[in-house]
Design a protein around this ligand. Structure first.
Ligand SMILES: N[C@@H](CCC(=O)N[C@@H](CS)C(=O)NCC(=O)O)C(=O)O
Length: 246
């Protein structure tokens, strides 16, 4: 019998949970986005809180996204993707490619954390309004130096992957790292359209990768569905006029 995947993530955001949703969608498996079910059907934030506050789990996760399957609770985005990738053909089979995919995914997680810190540079517990000056300073430095450097790194990895003619980050076929790279470009375009306009001419491989992923039949169907939440001001990628610097 096929495993039933239960994803636990904040119900109104794409956030890091989106990297897991994209892998589940591309794999074509059935999954339940538990916190998006109504509370009366066992969903909502209470479902997430039950897991985070559980006293009985032997391996309790610290933060979402969390995947529950076959009696296991798996957390940490890169860890979940390593697991799903191996199960559903979203990563090559050999050990060295799997390590490489995980390494790239962890680097992508670092980028995601830096994006988050543009709007919350001091503390997640403080409102954006209470750290606006620091956010502006942080975003300026991020967009000027860090973002071109980080995206330039992934662009270099694409161009070195000659086996795939520069079409994929790992191996010859689509991997979960490609799916996450798609989400990174989409999120950055939403949050920082002006800076991305400046940077995109230097990362044409990543831009093509974004388009190739978006056109994959399962991903295209997902993006057009109600399962895909829109970007918004509560997620990782936020757009504000004052941080949308050129
Ligand atoms: N390194 C973790 C970070 C997880 C994380 O920061 N999750 C956020 C949502 S995207 C959260 O709800 N954190 C709660 C907390 O840190 O207390 C991962 O990649 O999954």
């Amino acid at each position: 019998m096929a495993s039933v995947y239960e994803l636990f993530y904040w119900p109104t955001l794409q956030g890091r949970g989106e990297l897991i949703r994209l892998a589940l969608e591309e794999a074509g498996v059935d999954y339940i986005d538990v916190a998006r079910l109504p509370v009366e059907r066992g969903g909502g934030i209470p479902a997430l809180m039950r897991i985070l506050r559980s006293e009985t789990d032997v391996h309790p996760p610290f933060a979402p996204p969390i995947l529950k399957v076959d009696g296991m609770l798996v957390a940490q985005t890169a860890n979940i993707l390593m697991f799903l990738g191996a199960r559903h053909g979203l990563v090559p089979e050999d050990e060295s490619s799997r390590l490489w995919a995980n390494q790239l995914q962890l680097t992508l997680s670092d980028v995601v954390a830096e994006v988050h810190d543009t709007h919350h540079p001091i503390a997640t517990s403080l409102y954006y309004e209470d750290q606006k000056a620091e956010a502006l300073r942080r975003t300026t430095l991020f967009l000027d130096a860090r973002l071109p450097k980080l995206l330039g790194y992934f662009e270099r990895i694409l161009s070195k992957n000659t086996g795939s003619a520069g079409r994929h980050l790992v191996g010859d076929e689509l991997s979960y790292v490609d799916l996450s790279a798609f989400q990174l470009i989409a999120g950055l375009r939403y949050a920082f359209p002006r800076a991305m306009k400046r940077i995109e001419p230097d990362i044409d491989g990543l831009v093509s990768l974004h388009d190739v992923v978006a056109a994959r039949p399962r991903i295209a169907a997902y993006l057009a569905s109600e399962r895909r939440l829109p970007f918004n001001q509560d997620g990782l990628f936020r757009h504000s006029a004052e941080l949308d610097l050129p």
